[in-house]
Design a binder for this molecule. Sequence first.
Ligand SMILES: C[S@@+](CC[C@H](N)C(=O)[O-])C[C@H]1O[C@@H](n2cnc3c(N)ncnc32)[C@H](O)[C@@H]1O
Length: 203
Amino acid sequence: MKKNKFSKKWIIKQKRDIYVKQSKIEGYRSRAVYKLKEINEKYKILKNGIKLVDLGAAPGSWSQFVKKNFKNSKIVSIDLKEMEKINDIHQIVGDFSDLNQKKKIIDYFSGKIDAVISDMAVNTTGNKSVDSIVTGELSIEALIFATDTLKKEGCFVSKIFMGQSFNEIITIAKKNFKQVNVFKPPASRKDSKESFIICKNLR
Ligand SMILES: C[S@@+](CC[C@H](N)C(=O)[O-])C[C@H]1O[C@@H](n2cnc3c(N)ncnc32)[C@H](O)[C@@H]1O
C-alpha cells in the first residue's frame, strides 16, 4: 500500500517535470504555457490577427505563446508584478480590479476585443477555501469585463477553482455566453483544485 502511494507520487512528479523541462527547451517562462496550449487545441480560441487581453500575465508564458504562434496578434498583458519585456506586446503593471487599469486596456484597442484570457490567482494564504473565494471574485470580475469588451463572437477563458464561487461563475457565464465549458487541461496539476472555464459567443 505504502509502496503504491509512493510510486503514484513519483509518477505525478515526473509528469510535472516533463512540463517544466519542455517549457525550458521551448523558451517559455512557465509550465503554465501548456495549459493554454491544451485549451486552444481543444477549443480553438486563438487565431492570427487576434486582439487579446492577458490578465494575470506574469511571468508571461501565455502572452509569449500567443505572440509566437499567431501572426499579427495585438496583445495587452497586465499583472500586479513587473514582467520581463516581450517584444511587441503592450504590458501594464497594475491591479486589474482598478478602474483606471481597465480603462487603459480598453483605450489601447480601438473597438471590441476577440479574447480575454485570465490566469489570475491571488497569492496563496495557505487557506485553500479563502484562496478559492478570492480568486473566484477575480474570475467574476474578469468575466464581467469580458462581457463588456468582447466582440459578439469573442471568447473568454479563465482559471476557476472548484469551490464556493464555482456555481456562481457558471451561472453568470451561461447568462452571458451561448457556449460554456469547463476543462481541466492535462498540464494542470492533479492535486490542484484549478480548472478553466471557456466561454464563446456572447448572447
Ligand atoms: C499563475 S500566475 C499567471 C501565469 C501566466 N499565465 C503565465 O503563463 O506566465 C497568476 C498571476 O496573477 C496575478 N494577479 C493576481 N491578482 C491580480 C490582479 N488583481 N491584477 C493583475 N494581476 C493579478 C499574479 O500577480 C500572478 O502573477
